[in-house]
Design a protein around this ligand. Structure first.
Ligand SMILES: Nc1nc2c(ncn2[C@@H]2O[C@H](COP(=O)(O)OP(=O)(O)O)[C@@H](O)[C@H]2O)c(=O)[nH]1
Ligand SMILES: Nc1ncnc2c1ncn2[C@@H]1O[C@H](COP(=O)(O)OP(=O)(O)O)[C@@H](O)[C@H]1O
Length: 199
């Protein structure tokens, strides 16, 4: 479970899309949300967009691995697909906030890798949110007001990467993923493989 978090606008979605394009072995964990779709967002691909009663029913029925309220909307990770995938050896990429990260870490500690992206400066963060052209001024002001408190959770992560140059940042995130895959405990079949080598 490879988690990418950041203050809004620091570049998680951009990095996540590129990772999914270039790495055939990782799949996106598609979250459920009560927020309205942005132009260009596809239901079932970017998020599963639901109304508040549906979200609440999913929480009540224990269908969420974790969930949290962010910017006045609810976001959650549906459990069934992820659990089945992990069992079959599938890696998953999570674009979730610090609250979701804490919940996943508490539940599945050794399966989780936590990466936090930071912007090179507060001005750059605001510039990116404005350039993205997806949110109104009021929404952007809200996201900027929250940025400082989101940044304060930097020490709840295993890795911290500053997203200044996008290619460099992407290279670093890919390196983390590749190194984590080489951890002995994550490699299945090593016992038989090494036995074969020693025979
Ligand atoms: N806990 C949790 N947070 C989520 C989930 N899905 C998205 N988020 C977080 O909700 C926040 C807002 O996401 P979004 O509305 O897509 O705006 P973004 O900040 O531009 O990516 C981001 O910090 C996401 O990482 C989820 O399933 N669980
Ligand atoms: N290193 C970078 N330099 C300049 N612009 C960037 C960089 N990384 C991302 N962006 C742009 O900043 C905006 C916010 O990025 P996005 O990936 O949507 O952030 P998040 O998902 O964290 O909210 C997008 O318009 C994106 O193209």
């Amino acid at each position: 479970m490879f988690i990418l978090s950041s203050p809004s606008g620091a570049g998680k979605t951009t990095i996540a899309r590129r990772l999914l394009d270039e790495d055939g072995k990782i799949a996106m964990s598609v979250s459920v949300t009560t927020r309205q779709p942005r132009p260009g967002e596809v239901d079932g691909k970017d998020y599963q967009f639901v109304d508040q009663p549906t979200f609440q029913r999913m929480v009540d029925d224990g269908e969420m691995l974790e969930w949290a309220e962010v910017f006045g909307n609810n976001y959650g990770t549906p459990k069934a697909h992820i659990k089945a995938g992990l069992k079959a050896g599938q890696d998953f990429l999570f674009d979730i906030d610090w609250q979701g990260t804490q919940q996943l870490y508490q539940r599945m500690e050794t399966d989780v890798v936590r990466v936090f992206l930071l912007p090179p400066s507060i001005d750059a963060l605001e510039g990116r949110l404005r350039n993205r052209n997806t949110d109104s001024d009021t929404v952007i002001d809200g996201r900027m007001a929250r940025a400082r408190s989101e940044i304060s959770h930097w020490d709840g992560y295993d890795f911290v990467v500053v997203n200044d140059n996008i290619d460099e940042c992407f290279g670093k995130v890919k390196t983390i993923l590749e190194a984590e895959r080489m951890r002995r405990a994550r490699q299945t079949g090593l016992v038989d493989f090494t036995r074969g080598l020693m025979r």
